[in-house]
Ligand binder design. Structure first.
Ligand code: GTP
Ligand code: MG
Length: 205
């Protein structure tokens, strides 16, 4: 898929204030600092569409971007960011789960996982939560440029092994780098294929 247009629409903290659910929507989520905003910029070919930071906790709102006037891409705050206060964390979690469970046009959730770390409980739990509620998801492994080919293969094998303890099969997954652009074509082709199968333009259907 060619990205001809990528524009910021709205940031907010309430599901009710999200844009009308009249287009397919793809959400990007994962631990703080995993590279969500960087990946979004890489996918859309924009340097600063989503804000990037060396410090975790940069993205604190639900951010809607309209792509090719056809589908929404959503940048979400990272989960598991320890430095926000306990109260803030509950607020985050509630609003993320509200969003995941009530957004009618949520087409697919991309769960981002840093390919340098062994499987983390927080990510596995989050995927279980999505699975239990029937929310379709895929995994995007990020920062692949930090590993060589052999290390990437070893990492993937270990991750798959862990996933298969709980899941019957691996969900669709992609290995990406915001630095080199690897995985970009695959992720965009995947979104393009799904877009062909969904239609949210008439909410009464
Ligand atoms: P929050 O919004 O804080 O939850 O973080 P985020 O998941 O949006 O991460 P962000 O894109 O802000 O990136 C965090 C840090 O990781 C930044 O210093 C990025 O430059 C770096 N980073 C992101 N993606 C990559 C990548 O593919 N390769 C490398 N080497 N660094 C990356
Ligand atoms: Mg971010």
């Amino acid at each position: 898929m060619k990205i001809n247009q990528a524009e910021f629409v709205i940031s907010n903290m309430e599901v009710e204030k999200c844009p009308a659910p009249d287009r397919a929507e793809y959400a990007f989520i994962g631990r703080s600092n995993v590279g969500k905003s960087s990946l979004i910029n890489m996918l859309t070919n924009h340097k600063n569409l989503a804000k990037i930071s060396g410090k975790p906790g940069k993205t604190q709102l639900i951010n809607h971007f309209l792509i090719n006037n056809e589908w929404y891409l959503v940048d979400l705050p990272g989960y598991g960011y320890a430095k926000v206060t306990h109260n803030m964390r509950n607020r985050f979690e509630r609003f993320i789960s509200d969003y995941m469970l009530t957004r009618p046009n949520l087409t697919n959730v991309f769960v981002l996982v840093d390919c340098r770390h062994k499987p983390q409980e927080l990510d596995l739990d989050f995927m279980l939560f999505l699975g239990e509620h029937g929310v379709p998801f895929s995994i995007i492994f990020t920062k692949q440029d930090k590993l060589n080919k052999t290390q990437t293969r070893t990492f993937m094998k270990a991750y798959e092994k862990e996933m298969l303890q709980t899941w019957e099969e691996m969900p669709p997954y992609f290995v990406t780098s915001a630095l080199t652009g690897s995985g970009r074509d695959e992720v965009l082709a995947y979104i393009e294929e799904i877009n062909k199968t969904v239609d949210y333009s008439n909410p009464t259907l």
